[in-house]
Design a protein around this ligand. Sequence first.
Ligand code: PLP
Length: 391
Amino acid sequence: MPQERFDRICPSPISFLENGVGPPGGVIRFDVAEPGFPPPEGAIEATKQALSSGMFRYSPSRGIPELRGALATFLKSTRQIEYSIDEILVTTGGKFANYAFFASLLKPGDSVVLTKPFWTSYKAVPEMLGVRVVEVWATPPYHLDEEALKSVLGETTRAIVLNSPNNPTGGILSESDLRLVKDLAEDRDLLVLSDEIDWAYVYGGRHFVSPASIEGLRDRVVVTDGFSKVFCMTGWRVGFAAGPKPLIDRMHTVQEHAVSSPPTFAQYGCLRALDGYREYIERNLATCRRNLESVLDTLNSTGSIICPEPEGGFYVYPRLDPAICSSREFCDALLRREGVATIPGECFGDSRNHFRLCYAVNREVLDEGLGKIARFAEDLRDRNQEKLKKA
Ligand code: PLP
């Protein structure tokens, strides 16, 4: 791949701070989409037990059968979709499930449709593989625009990426959005990558509906998900994909040759996490709702930031008044001066002056960071008003 293509790739938030940007004394990290809650009870113990009982060798490259079986049950009850064990691939994180989709089902010269704003890796990975990315705006918070979509579908279009609840907006696709996807997918013979990694983070009595559960769409959809966000097990690096066997078989070939198997002992920890997960999820959602209230109150009272209430996810995607400065300058100065990391909308293909802030963190950290953001934004607003008076 030519060097310029690498140079254009937006860095992932995880690598963003590697060079020690920010004032001394540590950085408050609202940038990474990593819930800071403890993993489910028993998951750590089960991982340790797996290690001490010798589960530290390679294991089947599709994932251990116990976990694939448990995931079939989990997908049935959380998404109302029936998958056989052969239609499930345990992967090295949700990221690798997405990677395997692009690498095995698309070829250089094909194109894939992304709805903007989109999560950074959906653009980076296909571009690295020589697949063309076509971007189309979603209607806020995350609905599909039929005319806009139809206008970008062409001869080379092979797939569309859906990500509901959406990272970064938190928007959730409606059933009518999904019916549109079905019609377009049938009409244009498209595959659908449905990244459902945040499926449980849904508020206000809303329901998440998987595109794969829509009649007639199942055989075109690959669902990707993982243990990082809903189970707060980011470091286990376990994700999964579910879909029609011929597609999963191709994705498996990529995984088999690229990574052999996902970490063996980690899969046993994930298996335990699936025991009684509902209560665990409810607890974290209650914390997220409380945190979200403080985030909305604080940001909306700055006078320079408009923060809509998200439908889902564990981040907000507010807009900064462009008269104050660009969101990129804002995020940069907030990090350097106050030690609070957030991500500008440009990393999600969006230059409308938004930024993303992840609030699934512990309460003290949240309060400290919000206090710093409020002071910083108010200071910027006051300076801007003085500048206007002088002008
Ligand atoms: N999909 C989305 C939308 C994400 O935000 C992330 C992580 O940030 C992932 C997938 C991948 O998560 P993991 O590889 O940790 O399972």
